[in-house]
Write a protein that binds this ligand. Structure first.
Ligand SMILES: *Cc1c(COP(=O)(O)O)cnc(C)c1O
Length: 354
């Protein structure tokens, strides 16, 4: 080992789902939206001026923040925006979890949480979900340095009632409680109504799933003025221009089209409910998803075998080789046609085995 190598940071990074690129593929592995963004986004992109790229973007991402404020009815100084909710969550970890006590999150949840904790040297405790992959609220009624809960949770797809979320926030008024609502638009209950009562609450959402804009990288958090300004102070001590000019304008435009958003979300929910029926008939079981994916296990065929079989047919789903969930597949809800191709491939394989 060279001397300078001892000075390098060693860390095990988060591994995102793969982004294969085949013309014939069915991509159901990263919970992207199968529908394009609202039509106004394409129009805004076409009207962008390349000449403007010589200037720095608005450091407060004003058009985007103002539209978020209008859409959600929350004051602009209570909104933090970032480069996807990954950036937002990372900044929250860095600015809100500065105690010696461990932060708490479920043992099975978004696998970036423990990576940020490692990166920022934040102590953490993984709290086991119960045997039905449910979060037990009482487990969070203990001293801690902060709490992070994805609701609905990923990759389990299980949602918690707002009353239970409120109990967790109420029992933890000495900590920041972060609710990651990446999937809430597909049938979960948002914690936004609690914001006026709890200054220690942060609600994080994203444009990547329900708004069909994963490629734009836009995420945001709502919280109290005090907490939001603390997060901005940290961000501005690191990189003050995170939001680029195209995403500021396209993000604002996407929010304006509420009818399109409601329509695509409704279609995905309808497809999900149909796929639940079909999957039960094929011998799969899964928690009752409130997200744009199913977390499914088969009664006789191992998940990894199904994953590999589908992959060969260019149907991509997600498989996590991890304790407790290594016999499950996380399958994004695509269009009806995509799901029919998936179901066709599964039927053919399972029939041939019997
Ligand atoms: C997808 C996802 C995110 C991050 O998405 P961005 O694309 O960075 O906005 C955050 N949390 C959960 C639980 C997710 O599934």
């Amino acid at each position: 080992m060279k001397n300078w190598e001892a000075k390098l940071r060693e860390i095990t990074p988060y591994v995102p789902g793969e982004q294969p690129d085949f013309a014939d593929m069915v991509k159901l592995n990263t919970n992207e939206n199968p529908y394009p963004p609202a039509p106004g986004v394409a129009r805004t992109m076409a009207e962008l001026s390349a000449g403007k790229l010589s200037l720095y973007p608005n450091p407060e991402a004003k058009p985007l923040v103002e539209q978020l404020s209008k859409t959600y009815g929350i004051e602009a100084d209570r909104i933090f925006v970032g480069v996807g909710s990954d950036d937002v969550l990372g900044m929250i970890f860095l600015s809100c979890f500065c105690s010696e006590r461990p932060i708490l999150f479920p043992d099975i949840t978004y696998s970036f949480y423990d990576v940020w904790a490692d990166l920022f040297r934040i102590p953490f405790t993984r709290v086991p979900l119960d045997e039905n992959f449910r979060i037990r609220k009482e487990d969070y009624f203990v001293e801690n340095g902060g709490i992070v809960i994805a609701n609905p949770n990923a990759p389990t797809s299980v949602a918690m009632d707002l009353s239970e979320i409120e109990e967790i926030v109420r029992h933890n008024q000495d900590s920041i409680v972060v609710i990651d609502e990446a999937y809430v638009d597909f049938g979960g209950e948002s914690a936004l109504p609690l914001l006026d009562r709890y200054e220690n609450l942060l609600v994080v959402q994203t444009f990547s799933k329900s708004r069909s804009m994963a490629g734009m990288r836009i995420g945001y958090a709502f919280g109290s003025k005090r907490v939001i300004s603390a997060i901005y102070a940290v961000r501005n001590s690191y990189n003050s221009y995170t939001m680029n000019y195209p995403s500021i304008l396209c993000g604002a435009e996407a929010l304006k089209d509420e009818a399109y958003f409601a329509g695509t979300t409704k279609k995905i929910i309808a497809t999900r409910e149909r796929v639940k029926q079909e999957f039960s008939g094929l011998g799969f079981s899964f928690p009752d998803s409130k997200t744009n994916f199913l977390f499914a296990t088969h009664e006789s065929v191992p998940a990894e075998e199904i994953f590999t079989m589908l992959r060969e047919k260019h149907i991509f789903v997600r498989y996590f080789k991890k304790p407790r969930i290594d016999n499950y597949l996380r399958i994004t809800i695509g269009t009806d046609e995509q799901m029919d191709r998936l179901i066709g491939a599964l039927k053919e394989y399972l029939d041939a085995k019997n």
